[in-house]
Design a protein around this ligand. Structure first.
Ligand code: ARG
Ligand code: GLU
Length: 739
């Protein structure tokens, strides 16, 4: 009997350990303390110092966050350095904006791909930067100094702001670095990240979209996957290897560390590690928050976007020009839409709300065991429940504003046009000229990708959703006309708007802007789309945003308390902080998964799958002729699998999220084996709850990248810059945890 119990306990412990192992996005400075043991058990061969060190070059020095220079705090993707001359790999969808900017009808790099055949052909990208993490530091004691349990929230917030400002200022060393302090564990801890930002990043190459975006939105978030989602850039620096804006004088950047590239392939069970900048996760929310997201917020936005996507799909199928104009908009709408659908399915399958409730019950039992805990946490869950109940309709309305009215292109343009109101009698002519020119520029850009009928249909959809689903108290006044003048007919209302407004018509709007004088302000203010914009903004700013913000801040306080409580309650568990666009390390294994009864998905795909999907009639599945030839000739060079097949993507159990796109996927020796670019649909709920059986990240096999560069693009000279490593000393199997 005792032995059976013991065996059971051991089994639970082991299962517990395996479960624990792959969930988590860990702070690089805490690896030794928390995760190194697990990582070694799973086969990792390096030390924590090899990953992160402030004394020596280490792997983190070969990882960059991709940033837009106007907002360098936000890493929109991740990238990795693969040559001593600053070559950088990231995803095709991360480089998409840059590739698109350089594309014209004559040089359509998006469609045909682009490869600089020498450095002088590399293309500069204004506004694009990369950030290197110099160091990270726990600054909790400094940030929270002078704050006690009795400090009221407002004082607490302002003290924190002051402390953070001081820390950031000192760490920036007179602007040499970008220093940022962020809250972790819901504000129980604070960490400083210090970055160096390089500002001259040039496009080196990209495959054609038929490779880099193969499968498009049809395959997005899905496995089996065959997207060659990569592009290549080079970082430039001044003569001293320091950051500088674009200049012909700049030279290729010499990195402190470069990833070696392992080309001996991946096998199930191999250790994998992902380093990079995951954006946002919310793993420690209470059940009520998950319920709100799952039952209220997600269904609303899924419904709206389903309709928009149908509208766009119909329009794009009818007219090739509309396809070009709206492709990128549709992709953006589809990406989150599909993720939310997957997320909701996953939350249902996991019974996430019930699991959270169970945790909360256990927590409350623990709380009730002690008077001091009762005092501290006793009301926590009741307050949560009240606040979320109160918040839900406001949060829904907030979401609707952004998913409908503010999402409409013409309403957004109307908003831009209200800038004209800044022109008054006293405005200097140069200022007036500048304002008009800027506005005209946005107007021209706007109408390049504008199709009146499509836009009008989207508008009608948006207004319908808002009109029918949202409490009338939150309607902009102009929507009353739907009842009073149009008998509840949104279509008639829409037609009226489009017949009365000048905004959707370049031949009316253009002259209005160029001839604008303060005398025309009345006409501007009377335009129904301007009215709709201004009234909506007014409602949002007065009735919605203040309440949402205030409630969220009350909730934040509860989160802080709950997080603290949870960590005391589960004192044996090692918690990782939610993603917040700071540097993280995830580790796991190359692994398959079972999406449904009787089905197992193999962990890798091959070029054969691309040929199977080939279908000239489906836009997302057109395979380039040259790729077919390479396939038929089996011309895979040294990049093939041992069985002769050509690898494309693989899945692993690293915990990742949006922002991890472009992240290096590394083997047990820290060598590059792939680039992260997606997650599987069945696992997208990992932003709220991770399921080790179901959650997989999707990586592009580095051998496919090399194959495309070398055999497809004929840019093999780039490979001369890289360090390709064939076989490991011996293929050691990772230590089995269960042994
Ligand atoms: N799902 C991936 C991510 O979240 C890829 C998105 C780009 N690809 C696309 N087909 N829209 O960013
Ligand atoms: N495609 C995502 C990105 O751009 C990564 C997928 C995910 O959310 O894990 O970061």
């Amino acid at each position: 009997m005792n032995r059976i119990i013991l065996l059971g306990l051991v089994a639970i412990l082991l299962i517990g350990k395996t479960v624990f192992a792959n969930e988590g996005m860990w702070l690089p400075i805490l690896l030794e303390k928390y995760t190194m043991e697990q990582m070694r058990q799973q086969g990792f061969k390096l030390t924590a110092e090899d990953l992160y060190s402030i004394n020596q070059a280490c792997l983190k020095d070969a990882v960059v966050g991709l940033v837009h220079l106007e907002n360098p705090h936000h890493h929109f993707c991740t990238g990795e350095i693969v040559s001593t001359q600053g070559l950088l790999l990231t995803n095709h969808h991360c480089g998409y904006g840059a590739i698109q900017n350089h594309s014209t009808l004559e040089n359509d790099y998006l469609t045909y791909g682009f490869w600089a055949m020498e450095k002088s052909e590399e293309l500069p990208n204004e506004g694009l930067g990369v950030s290197f993490l110099k160091r990270m530091e726990d600054v909790t004691p400094q940030v929270l100094s002078q704050i006690t349990g009795n400090t009221d929230e407002q004082t607490r917030d302002s003290l924190i702001d002051v402390h953070i400002a001081g820390i950031e200022l000192a760490a920036s060393e007179n602007g040499t670095y970008l220093a940022k302090v962020k809250p972790f564990f819901a504000g129980n801890e604070y960490y400083l990240s210090v970055y160096k930002i390089y500002r001259d990043v040039r496009l080196v190459g990209a495959p054609p979209s038929a490779i880099g975006k193969f499968g498009g939105d049809t395959d997005n978030w899905m496995w089996p996957r065959h997207t060659g989602d990569f592009s290549m850039f080079r970082i430039y620096a001044d003569k001293n290897n320091e950051p500088a804006g674009y200049s012909e004088e700049n030279v290729p950047f010499t990195p402190a560390k470069v990833f070696d590239i392992a080309i001996d392939g991946v096998q199930k069970g191999d250790f994998t590690m992902v380093m990079g900048y995951p954006g946002t996760t919310t793993e420690y929310l209470p059940s009520m928050a998950v319920t709100m997201q799952k039952e209220t917020i997600n269904p609303g936005r899924i419904k709206i976007r389903t309709q928009s996507l149908n509208t766009l799909k119909t329009a794009m199928e009818k007219d090739p020009l509309v396809r070009i104009q709206y492709a990128s908009k549709a992709a953006g709408i589809a990406n989150s839409w599909k993720k939310w659908i997957g997320e909701n399915k996953g939350l249902t399958r996991l019974d996430a709300v019930a699991k959270k409730q169970e945790l909360e019950e256990g927590f409350m039992e623990w709380v009730n065991q002690s008077e001091s805990r009762k005092k501290e946490y006793g009301l926590l869950l009741t307050e949560y429940a009240e606040l979320y109940k109160f918040l839900a309709p406001y949060s829904l309305t907030h979401n609707y504003f952004f998913e409908t009215i503010f999402e409409s292109d013409v309403i957004d343009l109307a908003g831009k046009c209200t800038l004209l109101k800044q022109i008054n009698k006293g405005t200097a002519p140069e200022k007036t000229g500048e304002l008009k020119n800027n506005l005209m520029e946005s107007v021209n850009v706007f109408f390049k990708d504008y199709h009146l009928k499509t836009d009008q249909k989207l508008f009608e959809d948006y207004i319908s959703f808002f009109y029918y689903d949202i409490d009338k108290n939150f309607h902009p006044e102009i929507l009353r006309l739907i009842d009073t003048d149009f008998k509840g007919d949104v279509n008639a209302f829409t037609q009226w708007i489009y017949s009365q407004s000048m905004i959707p018509y370049p031949d009316k709007l253009g002259p209005f802007i160029s001839d604008y004088t303060p005398a025309k302000q009345k006409k501007l203010e009377k335009d129904p789309l301007v009215v709709l914009f201004s009234q909506s903004l007014q409602v949002y700013r007065t009735l919605i945003n203040p309440i949402v913000t205030e409630t969220q801040s009350k909730i934040s306080k509860l989160h802080r308390l709950y997080m603290k409580g949870l960590r005391e309650y589960q004192s044996n568990k090692i918690f990782y902080p939610d993603a917040n666009s700071t540097f993280r390390v995830s580790f796991g294994q190359v692994d398959d998964y079972k999406p449904m009864d009787a089905v197992t998905y193999r962990y890798y795909t091959t070029l054969t799958g691309i040929m199977e999907k080939d279908n000239p009639g489906i836009y997302d599945y057109k395979v380039p002729e040259h790729l077919k030839r390479l396939y038929c000739n089996k011309d895979f060079g040294r990049y093939a699998n041992p069985d002769g097949s050509m690898p494309v993507c693989f899945t692993a159990s690293n915990h990742t999220t949006g922002g991890n796109s472009g992240s290096p996927v590394l083997n047990s020796r820290g060598q590059l084996i792939g680039i992260n670019f997606d997650r599987n649909w069945e696992g997208t709920m990992s932003d709220l709850m991770y399921d080790p059986d179901m959650c997989r990240n999707i990586a592009l096999d580095v051998r496919y990248i090399l194959f495309i560069i070398d055999k497809y693009a004929g840019a093999g000279y780039l490979l001369d810059e890289m360090n390709l490593i064939k076989s490991k000393p011996s293929r050691e199997l990772p230590v089995q945890i269960a042994q």
